[in-house]
Structure formats: structure tokens, C-alpha cells
Design a protein. Structure first.
Length: 323
């Protein structure tokens, strides 16, 4: 029961009971409810903004753990990228060099992803930058691994064909030359025998009597058998595959026809003096991907290291050619 409240009336010099009107009672009740509601609202606002619920605390811990895991994942992917880069270098500088294959262009290995924004769905979040960076790295490594896988498939195929390649690449002298006395002129600038001017000599000359056998220096297919009165005269071109061709000029006669398959050491014809030639000899050329290169690098199969050094010394002499 609510206690009665009194006030002192100075006029009557007596205490009188305080009686509230209905309006005052309604006002007080409304004020109390409004004040309570306001305080409750302020407390709730402060609680929601500055005090985490157990569920929010758990979600924050999970978010922090996710950020840590993403950071660790990025570090591990950087390690993977470093290992992959080493594998790519070994592939280009060792494996593909061994099998004489062109290295894969860095433009292909490092190519990005064109077209629309692949990571648009990951934008607009607090940690979007970290997540997008991780996604980009995963995609980049995935593509490089795919390209490297294709490269290894090619290297495996090349390895399986290595025996055939070794049989095909020119590797012996085109005429019998055990004493090395038949090397008349080497690759490089020499004096032309007719014009007496300094001219590029794109092959090697082997002096030998007419009728000396000429050997195919590697397995291949005869693609040209030509007879001319000038220039190379009677000559043969053999395609060895793998970008290699050999040319045998100034022959006396042929022992092959166009389209014939030959092995290393097969007699393809005989030394002559045909075409623009000043004496009986064989002019021999090696071509790689259409460019003439020094044949001295392709006599390793039938020369000892000492003989090879001697061959280099003889072929390097600045003298007059026979054609």
C-alpha cells in the first residue's frame, strides 16, 4: 500500500495530505515510462556497440584465425611459386637445351587472365584485398603448373625420341679422313679460288681423289639430288629432321635418289670436281633451321679429343678454298 504524503500548510499551521489529480498521475506515469524507455535504449545502444555477445566474440575469433590462415597460405604459395620458378628455369636451361627444344617464352608462362574481372564477387569486404591477392596467386600458379605439365609432356616425348635424334644429327666426317690430311679449308671468311677476294665460306672442303666414297653423316631422307654445271655442281641434300640438313657438293656421281632414306655411314655418292670447283674435293655444309653453321661441331663421333683439337686448328687456317 502506497504511503500517504503530507505537506505543511502555513496558513492553518497544520499538515495536510497531498492529493494528486488524475492529470498529474498520468503525467508522472508517462514521464516514468518515457525515462525508463530512454535509459533502456541508451544502455542497449552502448551494449550493442561496445560489448560483444558470445556469438560475436566467436565470429571475431574465427575471422582473425581466417586472416592468419590466409597470410600463412600466401607465404606457402610464395614458396611454391619459388620452387616452380626453379623448375621452369631447369626446364628451359637444362632439359630443353639437352633435347635442343626452344625454351618456353616468359610471355606465355607469365601471361595473365584477360576479359572480365574474375574477382568482382570478392570485392566490397573488409579483407577483399587479401582474399583477391590469394585468389590471383592461386590462379597464376595453377596456370603455370598447367603450362609446365605440357612442357614436361613434350620433354618426355623428346626423351623417348632421343635415340632417333642421336642417330639423325650429323656426327661423323663425310669422307674417310683418319689422318686429318683431307681437311683443305674450314668455315669462315676465306680467299675465293677464282675471284681471289675475301668471301664467306659456309662449309668445309675435304680434298680427295675422284671416286672417294662420300658418307651420310646421319640418318635422314634425301630431299635433293641436283646436277648443275656451275655452283655446287652435282650435289645432294639430306634432311635429318630436328631442324638439321646437310649438303654434299661437287660430287662425281650419286648413289642415292630423291626420297631415299639413308643411315649414318651409307655411301651416298663419290667425290668429284663438278660445278665451280678448282680441284677434286667435297664441299660439306650443315644447316640448322635453314641457317648454315660450322660443320666442325659435328665430328665428335669419329674423333678423339686430341684429333678434334687438331681438326679445329687445321680448319681455322686462313687459306684459299676449292670452290
Amino acid at each position: 500500500m502506497t504511503k500517504a504524503k503530507y505537506y505543511y500548510d502555513y496558513k492553518t499551521l497544520s499538515y495536510k495530505q497531498i492529493k494528486l489529480s488524475l492529470k498529474q498521475k498520468i503525467f508522472r506515469i508517462g514521464f516514468f515510462i518515457g525515462t525508463s524507455f530512454l535509459l533502456g535504449f541508451l544502455m542497449l545502444t552502448l551494449f550493442l556497440n561496445f560489448v560483444d555477445s558470445p556469438k560475436e566474440k566467436q565470429l571475431k575469433r574465427e575471422l582473425e584465425n581466417m586472416i592468419i590462415q590466409y597470410s600463412l597460405l600466401n607465404e606457402r604459395m610464395n614458396q611454391v611459386a619459388s620452387v616452380l620458378e626453379e623448375i621452369q628455369d631447369r626446364d628451359d636451361d637444362i632439359y630443353r637445351v639437352i633435347f635442343e627444344a626452344e625454351p618456353i617464352s616468359s610471355n606465355i608462362r607469365e601471361a595473365g587472365f584477360g576479359g572480365v574481372n574474375r574477382y568482382k564477387d570478392l570485392e566490397g569486404f573488409n579483407n577483399s584485398e587479401l582474399i583477391i591477392k590469394t585468389a590471383e596467386m592461386v590462379d597464376k600458379i595453377s596456370k603455370q603448373l598447367y603450362i609446365q605439365s605440357i612442357s614436361f609432356d613434350e620433354v618426355i616425348k623428346l626423351a623417348k625420341n632421343k635415340a632417333d635424334m642421336l642417330e639423325s644429327i650429323p656426327a661423323i666426317q663425310p669422307v674417310s679422313n683418319t689422318d686429318l690430311k683431307r681437311v683443305a679449308s674450314g668455315y669462315g671468311y676465306r680467299i675465293h679460288p677464282i675471284y681471289k677476294t675475301r668471301k664467306m665460306h659456309a662449309g668445309m672442303d675435304f680434298s680427295a681423289p675422284i671416286g672417294t666414297p662420300i658418307y651420310s653423316t646421319g640418318k635422314g631422307k634425301v630431299v635433293k639430288v641436283v646436277s648443275k654445271t656451275r655452283g655446287y655442281g652435282k650435289y645432294v641434300v639430306i634432311d635429318h629432321g630436328y631442324g638439321y640438313e646437310t649438303l654434299y657438293a661437287h660430287m662425281n656421281d650419286f648413289n642415292v635418289h630423291q626420297g631415299k632414306n639413308v643411315k649414318r655411314g651409307d655411301v651416298i655418292g663419290w667425290v668429284g670436281n663438278s660445278g665451280t670447283s678448282t680441284s677434286p674435293h667435297l664441299h660439306y655444309e650443315v644447316l640448322k633451321n635453314g641457317s648454315k653453321i660450322n660443320p666442325i661441331n659435328f665430328f665428335y663421333n669419329d674423333l678423339s679429343p686430341e684429333e678434334y683439337e687438331r681438326m679445329i686448328e687445321i680448319s681455322s687456317q686462313y687459306n684459299q678454298t676449292f670452290d
